[in-house]
Write a protein of this length. Structure first.
Length: 310
């Protein structure tokens, strides 16, 4: 069976990555507008003609696009931040909970997660759900991403050689990812988010430091690791590195999973100590964006979730 797909915003970074990941799949027929992609009438027609739509647009444009859809059968995946904490939308992180993949498959409206939130939620939600980290805990997340996550202007700046090697940003503490990071981990206080960008194209590390002695029962490194490993047992695209592998590492390369839809979680720390560094490694354009969109598309169309993905 062939399904029709329209990517609204296909010329942007995320749209182009999705096109590349879809490749020459015979089960999908892309609706292409070419020079008519900015024509509202042409967009409206495509939005309502497709079996599935992926929106790769700024927030306001995504809201406008959703408002143009009156075909009750059209399935929508939105890659903006517009609907990530909105009622009536399913959060598109399939591994977040045991039933999340089924919820995505049954949904007509799915919000694709942000790249940083994917890493943070991947690390923290299982620990909050298990009661290891109390929901009312104040939590900090530090992260660094390749410059491709910053859009066309940032890409141009870094590729022209005029940007610094490393840049901290979001210094006002009003980053747009904070609401989804807080909501979907189950935390009751806003996350303190410290993002940065490095002088490399793609790949990211998301890190959560934990003072284990400050948590109920002073859980060990093994307890933290065990909770994550249990949560993701059998997951196709999320893995938890074993403690022996992690302990042997002297560094971690943010580009280590580029080109894939995979995410790897590490629990660093001294087993006899009272501190842990939880680190998620993923491709900000893969599991953090386009790869996740294709995974969600597969689920919504009743296909194997790993179709066309590595």
């Amino acid at each position: 069976m062939t399904h029709t797909l329209f990517i609204d915003g296909e010329a942007g970074t995320t749209g182009l990555e999705i096109r590349e990941r879809l490749g020459a799949r015979a089960d999908l027929e892309l609706i292409l507008l070419g020079d008519r992609r900015r024509d509202p009438a042409a967009r409206r027609e495509a939005l309502n003609a497709a079996d599935a739509v992926i929106l790769c647009l700024p927030d306001d444009a995504a809201i406008e696009a959703v408002g143009m859809i009156d075909n009750a059968t059209t399935r929508v995946i939105d890659a903006s931040t517009a609907f990530r904490v909105a009622d009536g939308w399913t959060y598109g992180f399939a591994e977040m909970d045991a039933g999340q993949g089924a919820a995505i498959a049954a949904s007509k409206r799915v919000s694709n997660p942000g790249c940083y939130p994917t890493g943070f939620i991947g690390l923290m939600r299982p620990l909050v759900r298990a009661g290891i980290v109390p929901a009312d805990r104040f939590v900090t997340v530090n992260a660094v991403s390749g410059y491709s996550g910053g859009g066309k202007s940032m890409i141009a700046e870094f590729e022209s050689g005029t940007a610094s090697a490393f840049r901290a940003y979001g210094l006002s503490q009003h980053h747009k990812h904070v609401p989804e990071m807080t909501r979907h981990t189950g935390l009751t206080h806003d996350v303190m988010f410290a993002p940065a960008v490095g002088a490399y194209r793609q790949g990211m590390l998301v890190e959560v430091p934990l003072h284990l002695a400050s948590l109920p029962g002073s859980p060990s490194i093994e307890v933290i690791h065990g909770a994550l490993a249990e949560h993701y047992a059998g997951a196709r695209f999320v893995e938890v590195a074993d403690l022996e592998t992690t302990e042997a590492m002297t560094g971690i390369d943010p580009e280590g999973l580029n080109g894939t839809n995979r995410m790897r979680l590490h629990v660093f720390g001294d087993r006899s100590g009272s501190q842990a560094r939880l680190v998620a490694l993923l491709d900000n354009l893969g599991k953090g964006a386009s790869g996740a969109a294709v995974q969600n598309l597969n689920l919504m169309l009743g296909l194997r979730e790993d179709t066309g993905l590595t």
